[in-house]
Design a protein around this ligand. Structure first.
Ligand SMILES: [Zn+2]
Length: 115
């Protein structure tokens, strides 16, 4: 499962951060998932506790912020937020658009417990 390996990669990053800050536990974290980055939010939420088990992330509260797809039209320059399945301009309907947002997958913030 793709989301499980992503969750494992995330946990590894958090372990490194926790070690650097001398933290004993990751209390919570906020992750940004773009609607066009290919990560299923539900699958990721499901996979995270498995990846976190036995690490400093065990029991951490996971909060997910979803970012919409964002495109800029090359014809009329409008910025719109189409559904990820059909990337067209919301203003003129052209499919000549540039993806400007929605591919994000990143950690927004982490709360650590430092003794
Ligand atoms: Zn347009």
């Amino acid at each position: 499962m793709h989301e499980l390996s992503l969750a494992q990669g995330l946990v590894e990053q958090l372990e490194a951060t926790a070690a650097k800050e001398n933290a004993t536990r990751v209390v919570g974290l906020q992750v940004v998932i773009g609607s066009y980055c290919g990560v299923e939010r539900d699958a990721f939420e499901f996979a995270f506790p498995f990846a976190a088990e036995g690490t400093v992330c065990e029991g951490a509260e996971l909060r997910i912020e979803e970012l919409p797809v964002s495109v800029r039209c090359r014809r009329c320059n409008a910025i719109s937020h189409p559904a990820p399945i059909l990337l067209v301009c919301g203003a003129c309907g052209a499919n000549d658009v540039e993806l400007t947002g929605g591919r994000e997958f990143l950690i927004r913030s982490v709360e650590l417990e430092v003794p």
